[in-house]
Write a protein that binds this ligand. Structure first.
Ligand code: FES
Length: 145
């Protein structure tokens, strides 16, 4: 093959190769699942003065999941799921011991939801909370996109 013919055929294949690469890329995007994003809505949870420091209040997120709001400081509120990460029993806040306790298999969690004792394999689910003045807001998941 002459050099001129080689260069001519090379330029003829560049658009073909580019088109093939584009089709391959689009095909790969079509068959691989999209990374889902969770969508949240900021909702009113309570007034800060509704509970004293170290007290808790039950609450439900927008999907109906039960959680508990714990006032851990003057302006600090935590929102933690009451569903145990072991087998799904209901945990409760024990203010005198400063722990979440699961009575099913004696699972013990810290005020932040971390596992302290027992069989739970991971921490309790937590929610983002925002305190604005005397009002407490919770970010509740509404959907995944
Ligand atoms: S279900 Fe909570 S410790 Fe087993």
């Amino acid at each position: 093959m002459k050099r001129k013919d080689f260069i001519t055929s090379l330029f003829a294949f560049i658009p073909l190769g580019t088109g093939f690469a584009g089709i391959t890329f689009m095909g790969a995007r079509f068959i691989t699942p999209r990374k889902s994003e969770k969508l949240y809505r900021k909702i009113f949870a309570m007034n800060l003065d509704d509970i004293e420091v170290n007290e808790s209040k039950p609450f439900f997120d927008l999907t109906g999941r039960e959680l508990v709001l714990v006032r851990t400081g003057e302006n600090d509120v935590r929102a933690i799921s009451t569903t145990c990460t072991h087998l799904g029993c209901k945990v409760h806040w024990e203010a005198d011991k400063n722990i979440f306790f699961c009575p099913c298999h004696n699972g013990v969690f810290s005020p932040e939801g971390a596992v302290i004792e027992g069989p739970p394999p991971r921490p309790l689910d937590t929610y983002r909370v925002q305190v604005e003045g005397k009002v407490v807001y919770l970010y509740s998941q509404i959907a995944e996109s």
